[in-house]
Design a protein around this ligand. Structure first.
Ligand code: MG
Length: 373
């Protein structure tokens, strides 16, 4: 029991402009729409968290803002923020789904607890296995010429991991881009592929086999979320490692994925799992089954990126890096007080206490957004 009580709950909708549109097998994105949750204690501490829904993947900002306002806030007022697991279990009983809002709440509670204890979130949930994580950028511009310019600039910054978003403009466009990147950057570039569910299951294996000569490190979510038998069949049929993203949200789906050997890798995302500790449960199931994990994200500001970096610092084994690039290379601006710590192609895990990244009040006001309803 701590001496701190949650007194005020504030919900901030933000829309942060992006430098360009990114295309995926499941649609286009041209702005980062998030819900920031601010918890203030009676002792004057402030904890922050972010819900970053993607409507075609997880949910909407409207539903998650309503969850925070209507369901979390009445329960949270007067509660002790350090009872993180107790509060999160209670919230799971109050409201089904809304994983992104729950991720924001858990993050804000851990941010407060970290400030109270003088520890970073990574230390609170197990420790800092690493201080820096290799950064992957997603190549998703329908104008590939613009992507080549961006890749050259990031290459100069030290970025070596690039994930091609495929399945939105045809197989030959995907093969052409892979061929070009291998020709320009040789073996030094670490190429990955993400279909975002964009391949029809009936001939997905043939498409994936065509990619193998370009030696991708992995191929992510070729088929639809619910087509798990097809995904497991692809995993069995090709040599390139297959990653499950949309098909594995939380520990229950991770257990199913491990039992049916759905894939060789799981993408961890706090927006899918409903928080850092549930993502660590997914990582524990993966580890027990010999399945690799990867640091994934949604369309986020640096508040959620910082939570993801704290998570990935606490994961014991991490060989494939993370993709917390949005605030550095995709957003036209960020809402944080300081730039998200990316340097030399690495995400540097924010130092404690707590989350280690905070919104700037002026930017929060500038990018404030209204509900669509
Ligand atoms: Mg993905």
């Amino acid at each position: 029991m701590s001496e701190h009580k949650i007194e005020t709950v504030r919900v901030h909708l933000v829309t942060v402009p992006t430098r360009t549109v990114h295309s995926h097998g499941s649609g286009d994105v041209g702005a980062i729409r998030s819900v920031l949750l601010e918890l203030v204690t009676d002792t004057g501490l402030t904890g922050w968290g972010e819900a970053s829904p993607w409507p075609v993947f997880t949910g909407t900002v409207e539903a998650n803002a309503a969850a925070m306002h209507g369901y979390f806030a009445p329960y949270l007022r007067g509660r002790d923020p350090v009872q993180v697991e107790v509060l999160m279990n209670a919230v799971e009983k109050i409201l089904v789904g809304h994983h992104e809002a729950k991720a924001a709440l858990e993050c804000a509670l851990l941010d407060l607890t970290g400030q109270i204890c003088g520890l970073s979130i990574a230390e609170l949930v197990g420790g800092r296995h690493r201080e820096a994580i290799p950064l992957s950028f997603s190549v998703a511009n329908p104008d590939f010429g613009k992507d080549l310019e961006d890749i050259a600039a990031m290459w100069a910054d030290g970025v070596r991991l690039f994930k091609l978003k495929t399945g939105f403009a045809g197989h030959s466009f995907d093969l052409m881009r892979l061929e070009k990147l291998r020709a320009v950057y040789g073996d030094e570039i670490d190429l990955r592929i993400d279909y975002n569910q964009g391949l029809p299951a009936f001939d997905a294996i043939r498409h994936v086999r065509d990619l193998e000569p370009f030696r991708p490190t992995f191929v992510e979510q070729p088929v639809k979320r619910h087509e798990r038998e097809a995904l497991a069949a692809i995993t069995r049929s090709v040599d390139v490692p297959i990653m499950a993203d949309e098909s594995v949200f939380d520990p229950k789906e991770a257990l199913l994925g491990a039992q049916m050997r759905l894939s060789d890798v799981f993408s961890l995302k706090i927006m899918k799992s409903a928080g850092i500790r549930r993502a660590l449960e997914v990582a524990a199931i993966a580890r027990a089954a010999g399945i690799e994990v990867y640091g994934g994200c949604m369309f986020e500001t640096s508040i959620a990126h910082a939570a993801g970096a704290q998570l990935m610092a606490a994961v014991p084994d991490l060989r494939l890096g993370c993709e917390f690039y949005m605030s550095t290379y995709y957003a036209a601006d960020d809402i944080a007080q300081d730039p998200f710590p990316v340097k030399g192609g690495l995400v540097h895990v924010p130092k404690g206490p707590g989350l280690g990244v905070r919104p700037d009040a002026e930017k929060l006001a500038r990018y404030r957004s209204d509900l669509l309803i």
